[in-house]
Design a protein around this ligand. Structure first.
Ligand SMILES: Cc1cc2nc3c(=O)[nH]c(=O)nc-3n(C[C@H](O)[C@H](O)[C@H](O)COP(=O)(O)OP(=O)(O)OC[C@H]3O[C@@H](n4cnc5c(N)ncnc54)[C@H](O)[C@@H]3O)c2cc1C
Length: 293
């Protein structure tokens, strides 16, 4: 498999990248780490005449811990995210995801922005970021647009990003005390195996230890990272118990919309959703209680 011929453009600012996007329209694609795009071009799933590299745009790099939020730049690689002290300290659920993704060589190139913008249903970061109430930060010459991440995903490989927009990163609200989140996934083997099913969960406990806010988000079992609203709502106002998690796992299973493919049948994936939901909630509550990092 060879890469088809295309013209490579190097954009050094957001304005230049956006201008090139507007000029070439649907015949162009942005290039970050290339671990999705170059594979898609070789496999002829995508065809373009122009590739716009955004690798040298400084505005897209770095992780910043601000007073009220964590900002993760679109060009931050999975390795950088995994090694980031602020993430390790305050957002262990993200580390659950980075540790299960691909192998080191891929993680060194793969970026956060590419993982989200590709909108592949089995991608690991989207469910965990949605569970963490993240927002997508989109830049165009008209200014920045901030979108709740669950509204960014419209379907398999389809997002709400407009043609002239560049995803500059994600914003994640500061984790408050008694907040915990976790991500668990099932893959067919270690390393370079994408998720067959995955669940991210987050809980906020009140002063009595009851759940006052919760999110259960399903990965790889729906065209988009699925915020399972019935499952999430069923947690509210209750003390976290195994019985409650078993009931919520059933609701999550009913909200999954899996397909059958070479990695597993729809029935198997549904079964996994139940098991993973209970596991993710147990881990998230443990973290909220500071019992488990
Ligand atoms: C062997 C292998 C194993 C993998 N394993 C996993 C895995 O376990 N889990 C997982 O989730 N993924 C996995 N992937 C997929 C891939 O590595 C990730 O999705 C990666 O994060 C994509 O980032 P990238 O920088 O390489 O994106 P690119 O390939 O550069 O871009 C992907 C798409 O996003 C667009 N894009 C990139 N950046 C932006 C931006 N800032 N704004 C707007 N659009 C943008 C591009 O135009 C392109 O359409 C694997 C890939 C390979 C090859």
């Amino acid at each position: 498999m060879y890469l088809p011929t295309a013209q490579l453009h190097q954009a050094t600012t957001l304005a230049k990248a956006s201008k090139l996007l507007q000029r070439f329209g649907s015949t162009a694609r942005l290039l970050a780490g290339g671990t999705d795009l170059l594979v898609d071009l070789k496999a002829k799933r995508v065809s373009v005449d122009h590739i716009i590299s955004i690798n040298r745009i400084a505005d897209l790099k770095g992780v910043t811990l601000e007073a009220e939020s964590l900002r993760i730049g679109a060009l931050v690689t999975i390795t950088e995210l995994d090694e980031e002290v602020a993430v390790r300290e305050h957002y262990p659920a993200i580390i659950d995801a980075t540790q299960s993704m691909a192998v080191r060589q891929v993680r060194n190139l793969a970026t956060v922005g590419g993982n989200l913008a590709s909108a592949v249903p089995c991608a690991d970061l989207p469910p965990v970021f949605v569970a963490l109430h993240a927002t997508a930060l989109l830049w165009s010459p008209n200014g920045e647009r901030v979108l709740p991440l669950e509204q960014f995903f419209l379907g398999a490989r389809r997002t709400a990003r407009r043609d002239d927009e560049i995803l500059t990163g994600v914003g994640i609200p500061k984790a408050s005390p008694a907040f915990g989140a976790a991500y668990v996934r099932f893959g067919l083997r270690e390393g370079n195996a994408i998720a067959v099913a995955a669940v991210a969960a987050s809980v906020q406990l009140d002063g009595d230890g009851a759940i006052e806010d919760a999110r259960v988000v399903l990965g790889a079992v729906s065209p988009i990272p699925k915020l399972a609203t019935n499952a999430s709502d069923a947690l509210l106002g209750s003390q976290p118990t195994d019985d409650l998690f078993a009931k919520v796992a059933e609701l999550a299973t009913a909200e999954a919309d899996p397909i059958t493919d070479v990695r597993g049948s729809a029935a198997f994936r549904r079964e996994l959703v139940g098991v993973l939901t209970a596991r993710a909630l147990t881990k998230a509550v443990g973290r909220a209680r500071k019992e488990d990092r």
